[in-house]
Design a binder for this molecule. Structure first.
Ligand SMILES: [Zn+2]
Length: 251
């Protein structure tokens, strides 16, 4: 017997299926990543299919059966409308990176309510605030690594324990080390970049507007966070959204 489940959810990916239906991958707050079919959604007038697109934050109801991979969506509605994301290229590119990174980092039916709150808070913040979009994205990436259980040590060298002021990524362990320990380490972070990273590590999302790193530090930390996530999460490389985000940044 199917059971009716309900949860808040973020749309990760949507694929057209037949003339009338959609296959939708969701990150639900209650049940983790779940794939559903929205039968007839492409024709429905009551519930426009445009709602079922990333990165929308919805309430969903679906019929769940253990023995099947794709569950049946029965009802959906907005929880939050991100009305400003679609009209701002940098914001929508950053939102897509947020979603694609999440999709690649999590597994089916593995609920993670704190990660759900992080993602929805990041999207809400991207939508509403006028703050630096890259700072928001860096904050999210750092917090994502923390929620997935492999946050970098930002304050002391993993090898010798000295306070970090200038650092390098050690590519055998995927950890930050001081430059005395890793003089030839990949991706060197000068003191301003380490300062910025440390600020990101201790600040609350509501206070991100107070962080104003120099452009160079932002660039270096962006590169570091990507390399760091690639190292620790299988399948994080070659993200289309990241290529798009980098193009938007370069313009
Ligand atoms: Zn060291």
């Amino acid at each position: 017997m199917p059971t009716l489940q309900s949860s808040e959810a973020v749309v990760l990916k949507t694929i057209d299926y037949s003339d009338t239906s959609l296959i939708v991958r969701l990150f639900t707050e209650q049940f983790g990543k779940v794939t559903v079919i929205a039968k007839g959604a492409r024709r429905s007038k009551q519930a426009p299919a445009g709602i079922l697109r990333p990165p929308n934050h919805l309430a969903v109801w679906y019929q769940h059966k253990d023995e099947r991979d794709i569950q049946t969506l029965t009802k959906f509605e907005f929880v939050t409308r991100y009305s400003r994301l679609s009209s701002d290229l940098a914001k929508s590119a950053a939102a897509m990176v947020t979603i694609e990174m999440l999709d690649r980092a999590i597994h089916d039916f593995d609920p993670h309510p704190i990660l759900f709150r992080l993602v929805t808070a990041t999207l809400r913040h991207l939508n509403l605030s006028e703050e630096d979009v890259s700072v928001m994205l860096h904050f999210y990436q750092l917090q994502l690594s923390r929620q997935l259980g492999f946050a970098p040590h930002l304050n002391t060298c993993m090898n010798c324990g000295r306070p970090l002021s200038e650092a390098a990524l050690d590519l055998t362990t995927g950890e930050l080390m001081c430059i005395q320990c890793r003089p030839g380490g990949a991706l060197r972070l000068p003191p301003q970049a380490v300062d910025y990273l440390q600020d990101l590590g201790r600040i609350h999302i509501a206070r991100l507007g107070t962080v104003h790193p120099p452009d160079q530090a932002k660039k270096e930390v962006g590169q570091f966070l990507l390399k760091y996530l690639f190292f620790h999460v299988d399948g994080m490389s070659n993200m289309k959204s990241m290529t798009f985000w980098q193009q938007v940044q370069a313009e």
